[in-house]
Design a protein around this ligand. Structure first.
Ligand code: HEC
Length: 189
């Protein structure tokens, strides 16, 4: 082994046994601050991973974003409730969030007359309401027309007006639920 440069730290740090292009290395211990940063980062990453991903306790950025987007959608919906057109209502009928909410209020308010199957009279002669599954609509089959029937009812025929009882929001969810059983607007979607 050729004589190393003895000037720098050679007393405490041994020389490594290899030589690359005539260059030798001290076998220097990594400084504590460096090791502390490394081990700290490893511990942090494990804790982070367990907190946000493994346990589901922490709210990840992804979930925060989803929550904020839902709030934005909610606010938009509240603003546009009066002006929702057929296209928006069809879109909602393909959004499980609205459909699920509609399914729930349907099971509370509508099954008595339209039955859980939505087939009403078609399934059982003792049911009062007509089928909401067949493509035949007494009062028109666009989502806006369905919405109007649900909201205003057909009192003379025994269909209650649900607008005043449930409010706009729930009526729209019910439209989404009913229309989720039907094909989108004519001409595809
Ligand atoms: C008390 C019985 C009753 C209840 C409860 C009831 N409906 Fe009806 N519904 C009827 C009847 C009867 C008709 C038919 C009206 C007519 O002949 O014009 C009808 C018609 C409808 C129509 C129009 C069907 C068409 O062919 O145009 C829709 C949509 C509808 N109901 C949805 C609902 C929803 C949603 C609920 C729950 C929030 C509900 N109904 C609760 C009795 C009921």
């Amino acid at each position: 082994m050729s004589a190393p440069n003895k000037n720098r730290g050679a007393e405490e740090d041994p020389i490594r046994h290899h030589t690359y292009d005539g260059i030798q290395e001290y076998d220097k211990r990594l400084p504590n601050w460096w090791l502390f940063t490394l081990y700290g980062a490893i511990v942090f990453s494990i804790v982070y991973w367990m907190y946000y991903h493994l346990s589901g306790v922490g709210t990840s950025g992804h979930e925060l974003l989803a929550r904020d987007m839902a709030a934005v959608q909610e606010a938009r919906l509240a603003n546009s409730m009066g002006t929702l057109g057929d296209a928006e209502l069809w879109a909602m009928s393909k959004d499980e969030k609205f459909v699920a909410a509609g399914r729930e209020s349907y099971s509370v308010n509508c099954v008595a007359c339209h039955l859980a199957s939505l087939r009403g009279k078609e399934e059982s002669p003792t049911a009062i309401g007509p089928s909401l599954l067949d493509g035949e609509w007494i009062h028109g089959g666009t989502p806006s027309e369905i919405r109007a029937v649900i909201a205003n009812g057909v009192l003379a025929k025994g269909m209650p007006a649900w607008g005043p009882v449930l409010g706009d929001r729930k009526v729209i969810e019910l439209v989404a639920f009913v229309m989720s059983h039907h094909e989108g607007p004519a001409g595809g979607n």
